[in-house]
Design a protein around this ligand. Structure first.
Ligand code: AVJ
Length: 329
């Protein structure tokens, strides 16, 4: 990993490029074809996601914003009942819009904490760092450009500070059920007794409300999904015709899974020049790109129990759409 003449940031960037190449190489020869949603977040993808968070159908952000605003004092009491120092590690921080509610309140209460945002998007992370430095110049800031699993390995248990891990925004919804169990098990291994994980879970509700959130009339979710093809064109010198694919969304209320697909609008072939690959598509053929899982209260309690955590706080918005849940190691 010690590559001379490269900054750490560039090395990680190259790892992520290599990861996209291997995802395309394996995902587009499978049946059905698939590409992981973790590759949505280049600069343009992060920008479109910020627009989604403001769109009328995407209730998740507003629900969680309400929860954090309403319960920020209760959360601080859970994180630092004894005024002890804590490290606030945020996985998938993005633009940190919601977290800033907590940062502002905690700073105002003179809480003794450092903020360590982690994100796979360098652009989102850079923006967040500039912003936080400007608003709270005295706040200790330890940004990390990485994916969730790598960042877990970096979770330091060297200092006496309690670790509080934030995993907000229903990012957990992108995991398959066994991946979620694996993720919390790994967190359990890395943390010490008394450490905390605060997770934002989108709850199962009227299926029409959920379906609309991923099929907005303004077409933002469509642009977000199609941006993955634009990114592959750009990063891997490919020839996807963005007008020849469309966005398709399903929500299955029996499984709690919203699924996003890209659908080929005609028989066509796409060249991926960097990988020396030609990919054929039939008319109507799909690429599966994302799962956004919705949870029941029972599933959340079981997830905690199976991975060795106790649930010590449970906060929901006034509509009961979303829950921010406190797990203690
Ligand atoms: C950022 C993963 C929480 O699944 O709701 C938004 C991403 N996808 N619209 C979600 C997303 C389509 C979002 N997460």
């Amino acid at each position: 990993m010690a590559v001379h003449g490269n900054t750490l940031g560039e090395v990680i960037e190259n790892d992520l490029d290599a990861a996209l190449a291997s995802e395309v190489k394996t995902g587009l020869v499978q049946t059905p074809k698939r590409l992981s949603s973790r590759f949505f977040y280049d600069a343009e993808g992060s920008r479109i996601f910020q627009e989604i968070m403001h769109c009328p159908e995407y209730y998740l952000t507003r629900s969680e914003y309400e929860i954090l605003e309403t319960y920020k004092a209760d959360l601080l009491n859970l994180f630092a009942p004894d005024q002890r120092a804590f490290d606030l590690v945020e996985l998938g921080a993005g633009d940190g819009l919601k977290t800033k509610i907590l940062l502002g309140f905690f700073a105002g209460q003179q809480a003794d904490f450092a903020y360590a945002p982690v994100d796979i998007s360098a652009d989102a992370l850079d923006g967040l760092v500039v912003d936080v430095r400007k608003q709270w110049p005295d706040l200790q800031l330890k940004p990390q450009h990485d994916d969730y699993f790598n960042s877990l390995r970096q979770l330091s248990t060297e200092s006496d500070a309690r670790r509080v891990v934030l995993f907000l925004g229903s990012n957990i919804g992108n995991f398959a059920p066994d991946e979620a169990v694996d993720f919390y098990s790994q967190l359990h291994d890395r943390l010490l007794p008394g450490d905390i994980v605060l997770t934002g879970f989108d709850l199962q509700k009227n299926p029409a409300v959920i379906h609309a959130a991923y099929n907005d009339r303004g077409g933002l979710t469509r642009d977000f999904n199609l941006n993955l093809l634009r990114r592959i064109n750009h990063d891997l010198d490919a020839t996807f015709d963005l007008d020849a694919f469309d966005h398709y969304e399903t929500y299955n209320p029996e499984t709690g899974e919203a699924r996003s697909y890209l659908v080929s609008q005609k028989p066509q072939t796409v060249d991926i020049k960097t990988l020396d690959m030609t990919v054929p598509f039939e008319d109507g053929e799909i690429i599966h790109t994302e799962i956004s899982r919705k949870f029941t209260r029972v599933q959340i309690a079981q997830l905690a129990q199976r991975t060795g955590f106790s649930v010590t706080g449970w906060f929901t918005d006034s509509k009961g759409y979303f829950a921010d849940v406190v797990f203690v190691r």
